[in-house]
Structures are given as C-alpha cells and as structure tokens.
Design a protein around this ligand. Sequence first.
Ligand code: DI6
Ligand code: FE
Length: 398
Amino acid sequence: MRCDRIWRNARLATMAGAGLVEDGVIAARDGRIVYAGAAGEAPGFEGGETLYCEGRWITPGLIDPHTHLIHAGDRAREFELRLAGASYEEIARAGGGIVSTMAATRAASQEALVASALPRLDALIAEGVTTVEVKSGYGLSLEDELKSLRAARELGQRRAVTIRTTFLGAHALPPEYAGDPDGYIDLVCREMMPAVAAEGLADAVDAFCEGIGFTPAQTRRVFEGARAHGLPVKLHAEQLSNLHGAALAAEFGALSADHLEHLDEAGVAAMARAGTVATLLPGAYYFVRETQAPPIAALRAAGVPMALATDCNPGTSPLTSPLLAMNMAATLFRMTVEECLAGVTREAARALGLGAEIGTLEAGKRCDLAIWDIERPAELVYRMGFNPLHARVFGGLG
Ligand code: DI6
Ligand code: FE
C-alpha cells in the first residue's frame, strides 16, 4: 500500500469499530488515513516517512463543536458583579451581558476580531484541536454579523485548523429593536440570512431559544428561513428553562441541540428519533453555577449521541480547554471516560455534520490526529489543567 507518512509503535483510541489498539499503526496518503489498526494486521507499506511514537496514544484530532470565539472585549467586571450576588439574567436585563459584548464587537474591525480570537483559538489548538465551530451572534446587525462570520472564516486561513461557521443572528435582541423581537427576526430572516447564504459564510444556522433569547415561534421562523436556504440548523435549547426547543430542533432535523440542562423526556425522545446530537456544555453549567444537570442517563438510554464543547464565550463559559470540559463532563455530569472522549471526537463530528470526514481513526477519514504523552486514555479526562499533548497532525502534516 502506498503512503506518504506512517506512525508506528502507537496505541490507538480509534473511536471506531477497532476500539483501542495496543500495537497500532496509522498510515496516511494525501492527507487521508489509508490504514489505522493493529500492526500485526497491517498491509505492507511503500514509500513515506516513518515516525515512531514510543507507545504514545493517538486519538482523532479533537473537535470543539460549539464556540463563540469571535467577540470583542471581556466580561470580567460582570463576573465580579456575579460574585457579589447579581444573577446572569439580572445582568442581561440591565443591559449588561450579551448586549455589552455586542457593543464591543460592533466597534471592532474584522482584523481586530481575528486578532482577539487567535489567542483563544491557539489555546484550543495547543490541546490537540483540529476542527472548531465558530458562531456569529455578537454583531446583531447585517453588517456586523457578516463581519463576524468573515472573521471566523479568516481564522481558518491564519491557522492549520478546520473552521465551521454558524450564523447565530438570533442570539439576543439588539437595543434598537427593544420591544420588537418579531421585527428583529424579520431582519434575521429577510436580510441577514440571504446575505450570509449568498456569500457562503455559514455552514449552519443557530438560535438562542430562551426567556432572555427568542420564543419557540420566533425560533421556528429562523429554522424555516434556514431550510429555505438549504442550511442545517442547531439550537441553544433548554439552557435556563424548558421551552421545548430541543423537540422543535428535532422537528427540523437539527444537527444538534445544545446545553439541555432543562431537557425533558419528550425532548429526549424527539432527539433520538431525529438523530439530533446532544451537545453538552459543562463549562457554562459550571460558570453560571447551574444546579440542574442535563438528563445524561435518559440521553444515554435513548441512544442520543452526546458531544462536548467548550462553548467558549465571554459571558457564561470563558473556557478554552476541551480537556477541562471533559473533566467537568465526567465529574459534574457523570459521563464515562469513553463518552467524554467520543464527545470531543466522533460525536462532535456528527454535531457538525462531518461524521463521514473526521472524528475517528479509520481509513478514508482526514488524517487529523492528536498524539498524547499518557499511559491510558482516562488520563485525558482525569487531570485538571494539565496538557499532555505531544504532537498534533492536521491533514497528515504537522
Ligand atoms: N447561551 C450562552 O450561554 C451564551 N449564549 C447563549 O445563547 C451566553 C452568551 C453571553 O452571555 O455572552
Ligand atoms: Fe453557546
């Protein structure tokens, strides 16, 4: 078998049928895996450079399937107010919260947005991330949403990483539409979405279905608009209350419903039927000191795939560590090590509609790898604030 790079003496967490492989080999050609499995069953390889991994573990490159990396400013002051007793919802209603980040984001140039996002992206990359979803949603005007999505796309040119962009125009109500959320949804559907689609700036459409966000009826209009433009949908659902957003998302065949702390049995069943991934965001759960965890046991029993993401955003999850997200998912949500690892690889790929392309170590997939200095995969979940990444491979290179 011809290949241009071979990794030998590795242990593999394939996240696929082959499971864990003790004496493993990965071979790549033209950026794709041509073989991943046991050395004893490997075909003969011709050509290429051989890298010896000295027993290190290789996982698929990590995938962060829900971030708000593009934003300006920070909310450290608001954090202090919350420490002094103010609630997230109180701050949002008083004009702080999302709207304060909106003002900073509107004032920033595309270049400034890219520059401020790069250190956050670099923190993800340093932990073996090879694919990141990035949402708009802090511009909240036609021009500023387009600027945010262009900045997000530019991140993929500035670093060796796959960026998937999501249009989140329906994130919050901008002050100029105070009292007229339906008017703002008109703008989202009639002006923003067509412009975003015409420029090919988004891979999916998202909304924030919540008391401090948009109603299910408004969310439905956003989804209908997305469908008209041939864009898949995802949803911030059941984060602070249960508005049955996950079932609505499932009705539209959503790639994922995200957060889900207040998800009920009917929502779980709807997601299972639709094949909608549950993207869980333990960083936000932790940071807002939520006490109701997502219904992990019910999701597991129903066979709903569970992805994990940082939700990196300035207000509720200033987190840039997928490794810590895994630790939190295990300790706070009681997810297993296997579920946590699948959550940042195979299931995260599905949450982005990229299940055929990335997320497992299998022939035919892109050769995106993370190589770790660990003795067993559980160490990736067990440690807090320690990064055992040895090397990262993006499209066979690196
Ligand atoms: N849910 C969240 O947790 C973030 N957005 C959302 O829809 C919060 C965004 C922020 O506070 O800036
Ligand atoms: Fe979010």
